[in-house]
Design a protein around this ligand. Structure first.
Ligand code: LRH
Ligand code: MN
Length: 383
């Protein structure tokens, strides 16, 4: 089985997946949860130690604010991980009730722009190159504000942020079809994000969060189209049954994940030089967080390994000849290929455990963390 295509493939994990999270009904806490960005990085580094796949950790501002960025960077270096994308946060402040960059009030827009300029400074100190922007901005009632006016304000604000960024920086602009507002969202779909990115410049790219589409959306088509434009900057991988459930990627719809990775392989975008940032964006509300993250990166790797089994020549021939079922079968043969033992062999050959989830359980890391982290306030959404 050819797994060479996995060489150099890495996945970025989110700091917030290790802290407490939940729904509007309940945020469950567990003993041993991280209390600060240092402990979040330590937990995230366990995923890389056991899979060799997750050498970057995304941070979220202000959730991960620290006094000394070079000290946090040194901590990350010691753990063998790098600080990845910096995520802005304009979704937890009363001032942003009517929007952030799209707000009708110029003073509020100023505040939101300044927050993004602060994130650019954090990037300069952490060595990060990706600024990830997800805006909650939207409306709940028709007529509440000018849909066009909000787009003009958004374009103007993004322009200032883009122009303030450095040549080695990228803007990753994320879209989401609804929530936290329900009548309209100012960046609801890939088209709107792409239009703003094209207006900004080469360093502006689209983030595709797999949980941010209307049910039934053919996500791999969007992947193909953004790759055609050279504007697929990153994925926020997770899975869902209904809305933005942020569940373990591949757990709800492994075939969809395979179809997405098949479009990635067809465009050779799994190679590091594509600069597509494969990230997770998940919350482990009830399951253990580190094992949940380990399983998540293994699910993405498995989907890629299956996609690498697609007989591209046979597929092209069947497609050219209009052999409908023949072409479909070529893809299904790859999907039905059991790559798990080959991946375990590959890990073993690299000095990694065949079963990283089991190895984590046997490491005693969770028990040690629970003992060491008795006092203090656990980190979590909003904490
Ligand atoms: C918004 C989102 C965004 C992050 C947040 C944690 O739903 O997907 O990517 O800022 O989750
Ligand atoms: Mn996301």
């Amino acid at each position: 089985m050819n797994l060479d295509g996995l060489d150099g493939f890495t996945i970025e994990v989110p700091s917030w997946a290790y802290g407490n999270s939940g729904t509007r009904f309940k945020v469950f806490t567990r003993p041993g949860g991280p209390r600060n960005p240092y402990e979040k990085l330590s937990d995230a580094a366990q995923v890389n130690r056991l899979t060799g796949l997750a050498n970057r950790v995304s941070l979220h501002i202000p959730w991960d604010l620290v006094d000394d960025w070079s000290d946090l960077k040194a901590h990350a270096d010691k753990l063998g991980v790098r600080i990845g994308a910096i995520n802005s946060n304009v979704f937890q402040d009363d001032d942003y009730r009517l929007g952030s960059l799209c707000n009708p009030d110029p003073a509020i827009r100023r505040k939101a722009i300044d927050h993004h300029l602060q994130c650019l400074d954090v990037m300069r100190q952490t060595g990060s190159t990706d600024l990830k922007i997800w805006l909650p901005d939207g409306l709940n009632y028709a007529g509440q504000d000018s849909l066009r006016g909000r787009q003009e304000r958004l374009a103007e604000a993004l322009r200032e942020i883009y122009d303030a960024s450095d040549d080695n920086h990228r803007i990753l602009l994320e879209y989401k079809f609804f929530e936290p507002y329900f009548y309209s969202t100012d960046i609801p779909d890939w088209g709107t994000s792409l239009l703003h990115c094209l207006a900004l410049g080469e360093r502006a790219t689209v983030v595709l969060d797999t949980g941010h589409h209307a049910p039934g959306t053919n996500i791999e088509f969007i992947v193909m189209q953004l790759l055609r434009q050279g504007r697929l900057g990153a994925f926020d991988f997770n899975s869902r049954y209904y809305a933005d459930d942020d569940l373990i990627v591949g757990s709800a719809d492994p075939f969809q994940l395979f179809r997405i990775m098949s479009e990635i392989v067809a465009a050779d975008a799994h190679r590091p030089e594509s600069r597509v940032n494969f990230m997770l964006d998940q919350c482990h509300n009830i399951e253990e967080k580190i094992p949940g993250q380990i399983l998540s990166v293994l699910n993405v790797e498995q989907a890629l390994a299956k996609a690498l089994q697609v007989d591209q020549a046979a597929l092209a021939t069947a497609q050219r000849e209009g052999d409908v079922l023949g072409a479909h079968q070529v893809l299904m043969d790859a999907y039905e290929t059991d790559v798990r033992s080959a991946l375990a062999d590959r890990r073993e050959a690299r000095g990694l455990p065949r079963d990283p989830v089991k190895a984590f359980g046997a490491s005693g890391y969770a028990q040690t963390a629970a003992a060491e982290r008795a006092g203090g306030t656990q980190a979590g959404w909003g904490a």
